[in-house]
Design a binder for this molecule. Sequence first.
Ligand code: DAH
Length: 347
Amino acid sequence: MNVLQEKLMELRRKAFENVESAEDLKNLQDLRVRFLGKKGPITEILKGMGKLSKEERPVIGQLANDVRNAIGNIIDTKKAELEQKLLEKELENEKIDVTLPGRKIRTGSHHLLASVIREVEDLFIGLGFSVAEGPEVEEDYYNFEALNLPKDHPARDMQDSFYITDEILMRTHTSPMQARTLEAHKGKGPVKIICPGKVYRRDTDDATHSHQFMQIEGLCVDKHIRLSDLKGVLTVFAKHIFGEDREIRLRPSFFPFTEPSVEMDISCFRCGGHGCAVCKGTGWIEILGAGMVHPNVLRMSGFDPSVYTGFAFGMGPERIAMLKYGIEDIRHFYTDDIRFLNQFRRA
Ligand code: DAH
C-alpha cells in the first residue's frame, strides 16, 4: 500500500470512530463537514489526482470514492439513529397519562341577589310588566320632589342621603323610576314596570344595615286600577316566592308617594302562622311597602289623577333572600366570600 492508500484507510478508520461516538446532530454535521466537506482531506486527495501516475489514478480514485461513500453512509445511518432517539425523547416528554383524573373546570354562577331579582322579574314579566333601569346618581327632583317630598318635608329624614351637590345625590330608593317612567309616558297609560337596582343610604354597616343595598320597585298605572289589584298582585308574588300556602295581610302605613300606604306581611313560612323565631312569635313577616300612587305624583309627572290611578310597591331583595335562606348578616352579600356564594349556585 502506498502512502495515499494508507492515508485514506486511516481517514476511514478515524471517521468511523468519530461518527460512532457522535452525541448529537450538530456534532454529526460537524463531522460531515470535517471529513467530506469541500476543504476536507478526501476532496483534497481527489483534487490532486492529476498529479498521480496513470496506474495509480484509477486505484486511488476508486478507493477515495469508496471511502467517501462509506463515510457518507455511516453518517446517514448515525443521523437516522440520533433523530429516532430525539423523537423518542420528545414523545416521552409529551406523554399524556390518560389515567390521570381530569382537571375540574370552574364555572361562575349567578349571585344570590341576582337570582332573587331574576325570579321576581320573571314573575312580573309574566304578569305583563316590563323591566326598567335608571340612574344611581339621581336628581333631588326625581328622588324626592317628584315623589311628593318637597325640600323640607320631614319624611326626607327617613332616608339619610349621600349628596353630591345640592341637587344631585345617590338615589336612596328605586322610587325615582316611578317619576321618570311616568314622565316618559307623557300622560298616557298603561304603565307597568318593575325596576331593580342599587340604592344608597348614609347608614353604618352592620348585620342588618348597609350603606348600599338593592331594591325592586313596582309601578302599575292605568284607568281603573284599585287597591284590590295591588292586593291580588302581591298575593301572587308572595305565593310564588315564599310558597303556595302563603297568605298576605296589608297594614296601614305611611309613604309620601302613596295614599293610602300599606305594609305587606306574609304568613310565616316557617311555622305557618303559629308563632316562631322567624316571625318573632307573631305569625307574620313584614315583606314590603306599597300603596296607591299619590295623586300629586301622577300630576307632577303629567298624568291626570281623575283619569288614571295606580299602585306601587318597593321591596328589598336582600331581605327576601335573608328570610328565605336564613342568612343572618347582610354583609355576606357584598364581601364575595366564595364559601358563602357557593351555597347558592344554581344550574
Ligand atoms: N321607596 C320606599 C323605601 O325605600 C319603599 C316603597 C314604599 C316603595 C312604598 C314604593 C311604595 O313604591 O309604594 O322605603
